[in-house]
Design a protein around this ligand. Structure first.
Ligand code: C5P
Length: 347
C-alpha cells in the first residue's frame, strides 16, 4: 500500500454528495456498542466540496524519509454544529490514509481510529509527522453544502472526499475498495460514501453491496434548526426500540422498477420512534409532508432532517413551498447523485 509521493497532481477538488436512507431496520446490538442494521442508502444532490493541496512537496527522487514529515491542515468556514478541524472526520480520514500510505508516522493496523485525532482547540487542525520547519503541508479546505448533524451523512461524505482527494495528491494509487476498507475505521457511513450511488448496507453499516436503481427520484429536503446527535438517537432507540426482522424487498423492487409511488409507500426508518421521542414535533412535520402531497415521507438517517418523496421535480418544488414555514430550511434534490467526483483543475 505504500507509495512514493508523486508531484504529478498537487491540487484537487472533490465534490461529494449527501446520503439518505430509504430503508433502515435495526436488528439488535453488536459488540462495541454499535447496532446491527439493514439499510438501503442512496446519494442525493446536496454537495460538499473539499479542496486538497500539497504545499512544499519534495520533488521526485526526494529521500523517502521526507514522506514521513507531512503536515495536514484542515480549514472550513464556520457552520453551526460543524466539528472543529481537530475533531472532523475529514481530518481523521487524512490520518488513517496517511498512516496506511506512509505519509504520516504510525503503522497499521489502527485499533481505534478516533484515538488518532489530535486534540486542542482552534483551527486549523495540524497533524504533524516529524515536525520540521521545511515539512511539506497538505492543506484541506472544506466548503459545506450538506446540512450539519442532520442525518444526511455530511461528516462521512467529507471523510470520503478526503480519502479520494488525498489518494490523488499523495499518489497513493489505492482503488475504491482499498479506500472503503480504510473508511470503515473512520465512520459507519464512510464506505458507502466512498462509492455512492445506491447500496444495501448491513452489519454496522459498513458492509456495502451495490443495488440496481434505474432512473431518478425527486425529494423535498426539510431541515430542522437544532441538530441531533446520532449517538443520542441510538441511545434513545435502546429505550424505545425493539429489534425487527423487516426486510427491504419492497424498497429494492421499487428502485428496480423506478416506481416512485411504490418507493413512497416502502419508505421505512426504525430510528424514527427514537428520534421522535427526542423531538416530538418531527412526527407531526412528517405527516404534514404527506398531507402536502408527498408520496411518502421519512426521517433521514438519525434525523432531524425529514424527506418527502415527490412524483417529479415540479411537484417537489410545489410541496417545498407548501411546507416551508414548518422548517428552518427547505430544499429540493434528486437521487441517486453519483459518488465523490474528482474535479480536474491542474494540468
Ligand atoms: O460510526 P459512526 O461514528 O458514524 O457512528 C456514530 C455513533 O452512532 C456511534 O458512536 C454509535 O453510538 C451510533 N451507531 C450505532 N450503530 C451503528 C452506527 C452508529 O450505534 N450501526
Amino acid at each position: 500500500m505504500r507509495r512514493q509521493l508523486s508531484a504529478d497532481r498537487s491540487s484537487v477538488t472533490v465534490r461529494v454528495p449527501a446520503k439518505l436512507n430509504l430503508f433502515l431496520a435495526v436488528r439488535g446490538h453488536l459488540p462495541g456498542g454499535y447496532h446491527e442494521l439493514v439499510t438501503v442508502m442512496q446519494t442525493i444532490s446536496l454537495f460538499d466540496e473539499l479542496h486538497a493541496q500539497v504545499v512544499g512537496l519534495p520533488g521526485r527522487g526526494h529521500h523517502p524519509a521526507g514522506r514521513r514529515r507531512m503536515r495536514v491542515q484542515l480549514w472550513h468556514e464556520a457552520a453551526d454544529g460543524l466539528p472543529a478541524p481537530e475533531d472532523n472526520l475529514a481530518t481523521l480520514a487524512a490520518v488513517v490514509l496517511g498512516r496506511a500510505a506512509g505519509v504520516l508516522p504510525g503503522d497499521d493496523p489502527i485499533p481505534d481510529a478516533r484515538e488518532l485525532l489530535p486534540t486542542g482547540a482552534g483551527g486549523p487542525a495540524s497533524v504533524d509527522g516529524a515536525a520540521a520547519a521545511d515539512a511539506p503541508t497538505t492543506v484541506l479546505r472544506l466548503h459545506k453544502g450538506i446540512p450539519v448533524a442532520a442525518g444526511m451523512g455530511g461528516g462521512s461524505a467529507d471523510a470520503a472526499a478526503a480519502l479520494v482527494a488525498l489518494n490523488e495528491v499523495w499518489g497513493c494509487e489505492l482503488d475504491r475498495d482499498d479506500l472503503q476498507a480504510l473508511g470503515r475505521a473512520v465512520g459507519s457511513d464512510v464506505p458507502f460514501c466512498v462509492v455512492g450511488g445506491t447500496a444495501l448496507a448491513t452489519g454496522r453499516g459498513v458492509a456495502v453491496a451495490r443495488v440496481l436503481c434505474r432512473g431518478t427520484f425527486h425529494w423535498v429536503v426539510c431541515e430542522a434548526d437544532e441538530p441531533l446527535s446520532t449517538a443520542d438517537v441510538y441511545r434513545s432507540w435502546d429505550r424505545v426500540g425493539r429489534p425487527s426482522e423487516v426486510e427491504p424487498d419492497a424498497t429494492l423492487q421499487a428502485l428496480r422498477s423506478v416506481d416512485a409511488q411504490a418507493l413512497g409507500a416502502a419508505l421505512h426508518n426504525e430510528l424514527e420512534p427514537a428520534a421522535f421521542a427526542l423531538r416530538p414535533e418531527l412526527e407531526g412535520n412528517r405527516k404534514a409532508l404527506v398531507e402536502a402531497g408527498a408520496l411518502g415521507a421519512v426521517l433521514s438517517g438519525s434525523g432531524p432532517t425529514l424527506l418527502g418523496l415527490a412524483a417529479d421535480q415540479a411537484e417537489a418544488q410545489r410541496i417545498a413551498g407548501e411546507v416551508r414555514d414548518l422548517f428552518a430550511r427547505v430544499a429540493v434534490g434528486h437521487s441517486p447523485a453519483g459518488g465523490p467526483d474528482l474535479l480536474d483543475e491542474t494540468p
